[in-house]
Design a protein around this ligand. Structure first.
Ligand code: SAM
Length: 236
């Protein structure tokens, strides 16, 4: 429960749907005199809900633990975490930054995208972890970033951009990332598979290079392998 409180649950309603379907199949299984097919359906939805819960609470952290050593951090680092939510990536980077480096997190704190996310909680944790000189957080929409051109040299985003709808909003967000990221700056996005493939095309148009998209395996499955997380790395 502590993990749920500290990190929230991503896409909460997706999880509710899996649990609801498991319960419905279980009731039908009882009502139909224990027909095997309904038991199999129940177990399938329980497995999907468990897989979803694993990814949101543990798998996603492992994905970023694997990515972080590949991000160059220095005393000059000016990093931005887009859609930081509870700050999972923000804190991982802040704790690794050499003195002088800085990371800013932005979010609009939508509960439907991640439960219990709030600026106050992240600010409190920044303070508790002794990171006041290293990390900051503010309310901002990724479609209209309140930063000057070329302000950052690292931009990261974890499972946030796909939440912007419609597609034009996601393209606008990528244009904003391109605007605030210095030439030569590093971009790392973890997001749902179908989204990452669309981002790649848009980033090519925006002049990014060395674009790599990689799978994350079972750590990134949102209910099953048909809804994977991919990681996109690119240089501005
Ligand atoms: C699934 S959560 C992921 C949070 C965090 N990056 C993580 O991995 O734990 C997605 C986050 O994106 C934020 N978000 C959604 N639309 C946004 C927008 N237009 N601008 C900024 N943040 C947004 C939500 O409020 C939510 O906190």
């Amino acid at each position: 429960m502590k993990k749920v409180r500290e990190n929230g649950i991503d896409g909460f309603w997706g999880l509710v749907i899996f649990i609801g379907l498991a319960v419905a199949c279980f009731i039908i299984w009882l009502a139909t005199g224990l027909a095997t097919s309904w038991l199999i359906a129940t177990l399938l939805y329980v497995a999907m809900a468990s897989c979803f819960l694993y990814t949101t609470l543990i798998g996603k952290q492992k994905i970023w633990d694997q990515q972080l050593p590949q991000i160059t951090l220095s005393t000059d680092t000016r990093a931005l975490d887009i859609g930081c939510g509870h700050g999972m990536v923000l804190f991982k980077i802040a704790h690794r930054l050499p003195a002088g480096g800085h990371i800013t997190g932005i979010d609009i704190w939508r509960q439907q995208d991640q439960t219990n996310n709030s600026m106050a909680t992240v600010m409190q944790k920044i303070h508790t972890d002794g990171l006041d000189q290293v990390a900051a957080v503010q309310t901002a929409d990724m479609r209209e970033l309140p930063f000057a051109d070329n302000h950052f040299n690292v931009v990261v985003s974890s499972l946030a951009i796909h939440n912007v709808k419609p597609k034009a909003g996601r393209q606008q967000s990528l244009r904003e990332i391109a605007r605030v990221l210095q030439p030569g700056g590093q971009l790392v996005i973890a997001d749902l598979g179908f989204s990452c493939n669309a981002y790649r095309q848009e980033l090519v148009r925006l002049g990014f290079h060395d674009i790599q998209v990689t799978g994350t395996g079972i750590n990134g499955w949102w209910g099953g392998p048909w809804m994977p997380t991919l990681v996109l790395r690119a240089i501005r």
